[in-house]
Design a protein around this ligand. Structure first.
Ligand SMILES: *Cc1c(COP(=O)(O)O)cnc(C)c1O
Length: 390
């Protein structure tokens, strides 16, 4: 069954499962095969060549080896593509592996120059700043992308909302500036529930599947969603360099997508309550959240994004108080990562954004909160006692 005619929420439940009933199954089988029987040397060789070039095996054709293709991973990819409104998706062992393969596909095509708009996730900033993959970066403001593009620019990289200060970028305006150059939007914070960047002119959507998509803190994964033509180039890099998602992670991520819409909306509702409370807390210098006054200067919530999301950052004015709160929470976990069913708090300048250059690093008083499915009352009470010093 194709899920194209279904609503977003119904697609989240059913996409990538269309063939199960005919197989006599209700949930996807987990195929852990690292290798597959070859019908003949010739047929095996042809399949190998197809997949090394980024193709996918026809039904019944051998997958040769898990690094080339894996059926459970393909199910998750089909489901994510349906939610992002993309032709295809390609899944990886982590978000950083997905970014790495995308950047390598640009280098391989002879377009190693990247224009990047800060703030970005610290790991993305790091891989671009070091140039370790053979890329060359120009940092640009969101309205300075057109001027930064060069003859060999292969990609524009942007995050909205951005990690960790929830800055929003007008994607349509940015994509117009980029012209023919593909724009990669890291959609990890918004998820396709709240924002679908391909509808606003982007070419590639990147996810750390680790976060909201898998959503339960038990998967490390990444993915891109894009046209089939782009997917082939990125899949070829994946097959050759080896960072495909594990089948068990694919099963859990595919299951995670089924509850993604309800999780994101419920976590967002609670995040709004917590953000509203934080605005009035005496020690709080600033709340970074698109759902509070000043958090969405360009008016993108309600147009580009259907809601402000479930990550809230807060400036407590000093490193000492930020550290006290991060270390003082009891129900909330002091840990990096975000997007799971349980709330987490972390200090970006010390952890996720430690490697970012000093002049663009988050302030030492900033904490990033990922709001989970606990009640807002319990989250607020925990923050209150941590602020008071336990
Ligand atoms: C976590 C994160 C990444 C990296 O993903 P991993 O799965 O940790 O490799 C990329 N972008 C954003 C916005 C993230 O939060």
């Amino acid at each position: 069954m194709s899920t194209e005619h279904l609503s977003f929420d119904s697609r989240a439940v059913h996409a990538g499962r269309g063939d199960l009933a005919a197989l006599g199954l209700h949930v996807p089988p987990i195929d852990l095969s690292s290798t597959y029987p070859l019908p003949s040397v010739d047929e095996g060789g042809q399949a190998y060549e197809l997949m090394a070039g980024g193709g996918t095996p026809a039904p019944g054709q051998t997958a040769v080896y898990q690094r080339m293709w894996s059926p459970g991973v393909a199910r998750f990819e089909e489901s994510l593509a349906a939610l992002e409104g993309a032709e295809s998706a390609v899944a990886f062992a982590s978000g950083m592996a997905a970014l790495t393969a995308t950047l390598l596909s640009c280098v391989r095509a002879g377009r190693p120059h990247v224009v990047a708009v800060r703030p970005l996730y610290g790991g993305t900033d790091h891989v671009l700043a070091t140039g370790m993959l053979g890329t060359r970066v120009t940092w640009a403001a969101a309205d300075g992308v057109a001027d930064a593009i060069e003859a060999d620019t292969g990609l524009v990289v942007v995050e909205s909302p951005a990690n960790p200060t929830l800055d929003l970028v007008d994607l349509r305006a940015l994509c117009d500036q980029a012209g023919e150059v593909p724009v990669l939007v890291d959609n990890t914070f918004a998820t396709p529930v709240l924002q679908r960047p391909l509808e606003h002119g982007a070419s590639i959507v990147l996810h750390s599947v680790t976060k909201f998509l898998a959503g339960h803190g038990d998967v490390l994964g990444g993915a891109v969603a894009c046209s089939e033509e782009t997917a082939q180039r990125i899949r070829s890099v994946r097959a050759i360099t080896g960072a495909i998602m594990h089948p068990l992670s694919a099963y859990l991520s595919h299951r995670g997508l089924q509850t993604l819409p309800v999780r994101v909306r419920a976590q967002q509702d609670t995040a709004q309550v917590v953000a509203n409370w934080l605005v009035d807390v005496e020690e709080v210098e600033r709340v970074y959240y698109p759902g509070v006054e000043g958090g969405d200067p360009a008016g993108l919530v309600g147009t580009q994004m259907s809601g402000p999301g479930a990550v809230v950052s807060v400036d407590l004015g000093s490193f000492e108080l930020a550290a006290q709160v991060a270390q003082g929470v009891r129900m909330i976990t002091h840990a990096v990562s975000l997007g799971g069913v349980d709330s987490l708090v972390e200090h970006p300048a010390a952890l996720t954004h430690r490697v970012v250059a000093d002049d663009v690093k988050p302030h030492p008083g900033v904490l990033r909160l990922s709001i989970g499915l606990e009640s807002p009352e319990d989250i607020i009470a925990d923050l209150e006692q941590a602020l008071a010093g336990g």
